[in-house]
Design a protein around this ligand. Structure first.
Ligand code: GLU
Length: 484
């Protein structure tokens, strides 16, 4: 095998099969979610299949809660696999079987070099200032000379001359000299497969045609090719996507607001369609389109449009998108999502129907579900209302006097509806020679305990006649006797 080449492959003829293969050592992070999304979209765009594989071979670090969080996050984003997920650890026997096949065909060898011998060689190379290469005398040893009673690892026989080129869907042609690829271990001395082997075997057995993943795996692809070619398997088409960076250009971390998907959902109150759209635009674009639906994403998605340079994470963009999707979302759905947040904030049994009715005027003012819950809170507040400092400041004696007059006016409004209420208060403002704002400000404070809220007539209608009059009355009663 002097030189090898992995062609970009064709998406015609063969059904496209992609996979998302997270290691469940942490929660589903933003980079992983984007990889899942690109795999899902690519499969959907080509009418293919998108599979999940949980790479749980690191037994010490793979946890059940992390696996659950990954499934949960994917389901929330609408990125469930098309088939039940494959668990890598459960396939160890199959991985070992492939290692045995590579041994039998001479594409791998038993290496009896001990840790100490390797360390010694590594040190010698260091002292001589030359790069360390595994140059095992066992590489070409006759199998009949393999000791039966000594511990060994199985190493793959990597080609030593020539070069290997991968035509990557994102990176273009990438060439590596074969001498740079070492004889890496595929089976440890305890007989367990290494990650490098497991990935290749699973991808092959799952029929994966396109390996789309972070570009931190590009180097691995060259090593994985050695196994693939040793087995004579089909070479998948690769697409290595640049990693996500923070807004300052540094590697993305929590400091940049990069969290697990669950944090965007639970703590930040982000809608799944907003995160979907945000992740999609993170490294991929279609002209200047900002708001892209699932359907359009499937129609337009192509790996050729994935950028070669790292994309930057921008939390403000995500919030803007979220505001957009909140305004588009169905009121009943938003009410269901906001309700638990109100309960958590201490409001007992908030009325879902009222919350739904209020949604059209609430959602235009919010960027996330938390803001929506904050905006809705006044509807469920119990008397005596709590007042913000600003609202309190508005409730001067003069304002309380006006509230008494407003109470009197509104008390006589028989049709408690937007138009009648508006007409009544406007007439009152005119009678008094005051701007409507002079009435609306204390009224808003009395009704909501805040200085910002949806339109004052909407507030009156939503609270209803009795509650509105009671809240106005409570503040008017607190007047010290001054009049308008
Ligand atoms: N399990 C690897 C990871 O989480 C991905 C392996 C792959 O996509 O080939 O980084």
């Amino acid at each position: 095998m002097a030189s090898g080449s992995a062609s970009s492959g064709s998406t015609t003829g063969k059904t496209v099969v992609t996979r998302f293969a997270p290691s469940p050592t942490g929660y589903l992070h933003i980079g992983g979610a984007r990889t899942a999304l690109f795999n899902w979209l690519f499969a959907r765009h080509h009418g293919g299949k998108y599979l999940l594989r949980i790479e749980d071979t690191d037994r010490a670090r793979s946890t059940e809660p992390a696996i659950d969080a990954i499934f949960d996050g994917l389901t929330w984003l609408g990125l469930d696999g098309d088939e039940p997920a494959t668990f890598q650890f459960a396939r160890s026997d199959r991985h070992a079987e492939v290692a045995a096949a590579l041994l039998a065909s001479g594409h791998a060898y038993r290496c009896y070099l001990t840790q100490e011998e390797l360390a010694e060689r590594r040190q010698k190379a260091q002292e001589a200032r030359r790069p360390f290469r595994i140059d095992s005398e066992w590489r070409d040893a006759d199998p009949s000379t393999w000791p039966a009673d000594k511990s060994y690892v199985v190493r793959v026989k990597a080609p030593r001359d020539g070069e290997t080129t991968i035509s990557d869907l994102v990176q273009g042609e990438v060439t590596v000299r074969n001498e740079e690829i070492d004889d890496f271990v595929i089976l440890r001395s305890d007989g367990t497969p290494t990650y490098m082997l497991a990935v290749v075997v699973d991808d092959n057995d799952m029929g994966v045609t396109h390996v789309l993943r972070g570009d931190d795996h590009l180097n691995n692809a060259f090593r994985q090719l050695v196994i693939i070619q040793g087995m004579g398997w089909d070479v998948p088409t690769y697409g290595h996507v640049p990693l996500i960076h923070g807004s300052d250009g540094a590697k993305l971390s929590k400091r940049h607001g990069a969290l697990g998907v669950d944090a965007y959902r639970d703590d930040m109150g982000v809608l799944p369609e907003a995160l979907f759209n945000y992740l999609l635009r993170l490294g991929w674009g279609h002209g200047d389109e900002e708001f892209i639906s699932r359907e359009k994403a499937v129609e337009w998605f192509d790996m050729a449009d994935v950028g070669k340079s790292p994309s930057r994470f921008d939390i403000a963009k995500l919030q803007n998108l979220n505001g957009h999707y909140l305004r588009e979302a169905e009121d009943a759905r938003l009410a269901e999502l906001v309700l638990p947040r109100l309960v958590q904030a201490g409001y007992e049994n908030p009325d879902l129907a009222l919350l739904t009715r209020a949604m059209p005027v609430l959602k235009v003012r919010a960027k996330d579900l938390n803001e929506l819950a904050e905006g809705a809170a006044f509807l469920f507040a119990k008397r005596p209302l709590a007042f913000s400092e600003k609202a309190q400041a508005l409730l001067t004696d003069e304002a309380r006097g006006r509230l008494a007059a407003i109470h009197e006016r509104l008390f006589s409004v028989s049709d408690w509806a937007l138009e009648a209420l508006e007409a009544s208060l406007k007439a009152m403002a005119e009678d008094l020679g005051l701007g409507l704002g002079k009435l609306a400000q204390p009224l808003r404070a009395a009704l909501t305990g805040q200085t910002t809220s949806p339109g004052i007539f909407d507030v009156l209608v939503l609270l209803g006649r009795d509650e509105s009059l009671a809240r106005i009355g409570a503040q008017a009663d607190a007047a010290t006797g001054s009049h308008i």
